[in-house]
Design a protein around this ligand. Structure first.
Ligand code: XMP
Length: 331
């Protein structure tokens, strides 16, 4: 551990000055990287986004970001990432459209853990292929944050669980070293840094989104049809939560494609469509989670809206199970 890292570790959880942090971190990145290059895997999440902008400010064109669109992103998410990071910040960002590749790999696979494993290893493969095309890059950037390493038992903290993030690339990809500019920050501190760096509010305040994305919310085989239905339903739910100002009450809220079909009726004609579930949880550490008591009228309005507006859906259920015994994600 370097002296700078020790100092940062000693500061964890104490009064945080984002402006000072940005300045010091930019200096630290420049000292570490020199005139070498950094490759960063961007997921569109808060941590890797803040990392990308910090690195851009520190080393500009020596940074290349790769965003692998595995096809499990939320509605319009890929486009937004391009617009903000390539457009606004001028980051050298490579977007890889790997949707079909992931769909082919997971074709016929229904077992949740197997799906996760396939997605995780395919992600690494795509990233590796892209990095090879770029020639020699000395450093790998990563959006590791303090809870990730604390949970893995680093710095005298007790291990809670092994960090499981699809963006967490293996260490043997042939890089000389890692650059982890938000490693000693908590999530709220990462958000403060992001805001000060000028990353749009909707990105900085974004709810946590798992590495495998909608794949862990789309039960059974992953098909484009089911994922598109889920994207539309999820968008309606999130949009209504924001409009009703209920979005600040829940740490995570999303729709789930249950893969179950049920009978419905529209204009006197029978339909046979998918059942979508909606879920909103409140949690501080994601180890336990409670249910957010959304107003019943609101839930009923959202259910009707999803079932009428999203083709292929005719029923919506509300998941009111805490964690434990259920997990937050469905798979
Ligand atoms: P569960 O479903 O285990 O989720 O209650 C706890 C928290 O972890 C997130 N999660 C993941 N995040 N990669 C991630 O980056 C994953 O594979 C993954 N699985 C779950 C989940 O969204 C929740 O915040």
């Amino acid at each position: 551990m370097t002296k700078a890292e020790k100092e940062r570790l000693a500061r964890v959880g104490k009064t945080f000055n984002a402006k000072k942090y940005i300045k010091e971190e930019i200096d630290a990145i420049r000292a570490q990287v020199g005139d070498k290059k950094v490759l960063l895997a961007m997921s569109g999440g808060v941590d890797s986004s803040v990392c990308a902008v910090l690195l851009q400010k520190a080393i500009g064109k020596q940074l290349t970001c790769v965003f692998v669109d595995h096809g499990y992103m939320r509605l319009n998410e890929g486009k937004e990432i391009k617009k903000v990071f390539k457009g606004k910040f001028g980051i050298n960002l490579i977007c890889v459209d790997a949707e079909q590749r992931f769909l082919d790999k997971t074709k016929g696979v229904v077992e949740p853990e197997l799906k996760r494993k396939i997605i995780g290893s395919e992600f690494v493969r795509v990233f590796e292929e892209e990095s090879k095309k770029l020639g020699k890059i000395e450093f790998l950037g990563q959006g590791t944050i303090f809870p990730d390493i604390a949970e893995s038992g680093v710095g005298g903290h007790k291990a809670v669980k092994a960090h499981h993030n699809v963006g967490g690339l293996p260490k043997d990809l042939g890089f000389e070293g890692l650059v982890e500019p938000v490693k000693y920050l908590y999530k709220d501190e990462v958000r403060k840094v992001g805001k000060l760096l000028g990353i749009p509010e909707e990105l900085v305040m974004r709810q946590p989104f798992p590495g495998p994305g909608l794949a862990v919310r789309c039960l059974g085989e992953l098909t484009k049809e089911k994922l598109d239905i889920l994207r539309k339903a999820d968008f309606i739910f999130r949009d209504e939560m924001a409009k009703a100002k209920l979005d600040k009450k829940a740490q995570q809220f999303f729709a789930v494609m249950t893969n179950v079909k049920s009978v419905g009726v529209v204009n006197g004609a029978r339909t046979f469509g998918y059942v979508i579930a909606i879920r909103a949880v409140s949690t501080s550490q994601f180890v336990k989670a409670g249910i957010v008591e959304l107003p019943f009228k609101f839930v009923s309005m959202v259910a009707e809206k999803i079932a009428t507006k999203v083709k292929g859906v005719n029923r919506v259920v509300w998941d009111i199970t805490p964690k434990p015994p259920a997990t937050i994600e469905w798979e």
